[in-house]
Structures are given as structure tokens and as C-alpha cells.
Design a protein around this ligand. Structure first.
Ligand code: SF4
Length: 316
């Protein structure tokens, strides 16, 4: 299967008074068409910045982005407009990402109008189709965001993202603001849409249990860097990085007879401003030892399983 997205050594640094904040630092990955890459990590690890940089909502500092085999790292305004139709985003908080003064149908119709590709009648019928696709009843056409629950608001966000028939969507914590019961509905909807439309997703979340079933591969980010990446099943069965192990220890286990040690991370969090060259997790890692001050490159330790920790074989 072909890779629809390839990202090579991507960096996004922000200049601040005390130096450079390394929000995304040398991240490399690829995604095949129709697949989902889950990106997990704590708040501030750079996962949302990664998604936004891939979409050109933020300008990259260095590295390369290939979409559908074409180098799109630096594109002019015309090319970017075309690219935006193919690459979309679903935001975390549907309420703040929707205009409170726009009705459901106007909100969904907006990207169709802005594209300039459709006449008025066509926009009306496409809007109806999109509402139907995401499970919004026709009676909600003239409703406003504040009249709807979180799940319906997120359905509007999904309809907007789908309007121009994209191939690739960055889903930035799309269910984090929703109740658990509604989370499942939205995840099911997203999986159905993926199957029907061959969509490719980057699914960003801080909650590993959410990405478990939706992701084909998962990458774990810490302080702007990718520290582990593997097929989803393999990551849950055989996590290798101490940080991934800590994240997984917080995921509830359905078997009440199975005891699970919760790993509480202690220690100072390394600053992402001018970070030292070595392992950024070292100050919180209970296995830190000599050699951890050296850069830890992402290395394939078994087929498809990549890791940035030189001590993984010594860690229980
Ligand atoms: Fe821990 Fe060292 Fe591995 Fe970093 S490289 S995760 S500090 S053992």
C-alpha cells in the first residue's frame, strides 16, 4: 500500500526570549492511505503542534513533508489552498471552534462556499448530504451551536472537515471534551467514515485507551520527540520505552483479577527551551544511567517497532 503522508526530520521551534522552544524536534514517520496513526503524549509534548505543522497551519522550521508523493514542505498560496482541501482538521473543542452566530447549515456550507466550486443549489444539497452523513437530523439545520450537546457540535466539526472530500484529516483530541458514552459514538462515526471514504487519520490524544482501537500504528511523543512507534497491538502488548510503560500503566484494565502497577512519574520535567542533547525523559526515568546523556535516536528494535532508548533490553 502507498504512503499518503511522509514526514522526514520535521522540526518546529518557537523563538522566545530565553532561546528556542523545541516544540517538535526531528520527527519522522509515514502513514499509508486509509490508515490511522495515533499520536499520544502528555499536554505540551508537541503532538498538536506536530499536527498543525503537517497541515501548514504552522510553518515548519526544518524537515520535509510529502503528501501523495509530492514534496509539499514549501508551497505557494495557490498550492496551499488546493492542499487544504485534501488535508483537514477536526478540533478538540467543537464549541470554541464554531461560530456561535452561524446556524448548523451555514457552518457546514461555509467551506463549500469558500471553495468557489459550487452553485447555491448544489451547496444546499451537499450540506443536507453532509448532515445526513454525520448523523445530524434535518430539523437541526437552523439550530445554533449553543442549542446542541457536545456530540452534535463535534458532528458539525466533522461535517465541515468532510465538506471538500479530503483524503487526510488531523483529528486533534476530537473526543476529549465529550462524555464517555458520546466518545464511543463519535469514534464509531469516524471509523465508519474512514472505511467508506478511505480516509487517512492522524489521531492526536493524551488518552491511550482512546487510540487503542482506532489506530493502526501509535507513536508516543515526549518533549517534542518521538520516543516509541509501533503497530497498536504490539505497543499495548510489548511497550518498551519507560515513558510508554508509565502511560500504559494509567490505562484501566478490564480484567479485575489482573493486577497492574501504576507508575507515577516523579522528578523534574526537562525544559523544552534549549534542551540538552541527551534523553529528555532522563530526569523522570527510574532507569536513567550512564549513556542516557547521549542523543537517543529512534531505532527499529523489531520489525515495525521503533524506540529511542538505549537501555530497553536491561529494563524489566
Ligand atoms: Fe530512561 Fe535512559 Fe532510556 Fe532515557 S535513555 S528512557 S533515561 S533508560
Amino acid at each position: 500500500m502507498v504512503d499518503i503522508l511522509e514526514v522526514k526530520n520535521l522540526k518546529k521551534y518557537f523563538k522566545i526570549n530565553s532561546g528556542q522552544l523545541h516544540a517538535v524536534d526531528d520527527v519522522t514517520f509515514s502513514i499509508q492511505k486509509g490508515k490511522t496513526l495515533g499520536v499520544v503524549g502528555e499536554s505540551g509534548c508537541g503532538k498538536s503542534t506536530l499536527g498543525r505543522t503537517v497541515l501548514h497551519l504552522l510553518e515548519s522550521t526544518d524537515g520535509q513533508i510529502f503528501f501523495d508523493g509530492e514534496d509539499v514542505t514549501h508551497v505557494d498560496a495557490k498550492k496551499l489552498r488546493k492542499l487544504r482541501e485534501k488535508m483537514q482538521i477536526i478540533f478538540q473543542d467543537p464549541f470554541s471552534s464554531l461560530n456561535p452566530r452561524m446556524s448548523v447549515s451555514t457552518t457546514i456550507a461555509e467551506p463549500l462556499e469558500l471553495s468557489g466550486r459550487f452553485g447555491k443549489a448544489e451547496i444546499g444539497s451537499l450540506t443536507d448530504q453532509l448532515m445526513d452523513t454525520v448523523g445530524l437530523a434535518p430539523r437541526l439545520r437552523n439550530s445554533y451551536p449553543h442549542e446542541l450537546d457536545g456530540g452534535r457540535r463535534q458532528r458539525i466539526g466533522i461535517a465541515r472537515a468532510l465538506a471538500l472530500e479530503p483524503d487526510f484529516i488531523v483529528c486533534d483530541e476530537p473526543v476529549s471534551a465529550l462524555d464517555v458514552s458520546i466518545q464511543a459514538q463519535i469514534l464509531n462515526l469516524m471509523q465508519d467514515l474512514q472505511e467508506k471514504r478511505q480516509l487517512t487519520y492522524i489521531f492526536i490524544t493524551h488518552d491511550l485507551s482512546v487510540v487503542r482501537h482506532i489506530s493502526d500504528d501509535i507513536c508516543v511523543m515526549y518533549m517534542g520527540q518521538m520516543v516509541e512507534k509501533s503497530p497498536s497491538k504490539e505497543l499495548f502488548k510489548n511497550p518498551l520505552h519507560p515513558y510508554t510503560k508509565a502511560l500504559l500503566s494509567a490505562v484501566p484494565v478490564p480484567n479485575i483479577h489482573k493486577k497492574q502497577e501504576r507508575i507515577i512519574l516523579k522528578g523534574e520535567v526537562t525544559s523544552p527551551v534549549n534542551p540538552p542533547p541527551g534523553c529528555r525523559f532522563a530526569k523522570r526515568c527510574r532507569y536513567a544511567a550512564e549513556g542516557c546523556q547521549a542523543p537517543q535516536n529512534l531505532t527499529e528494535v523489531s520489525p515495525g517497532h521503533f524506540l529511542a532508548c538505549h537501555r530497553y533490553q536491561e529494563i524489566d
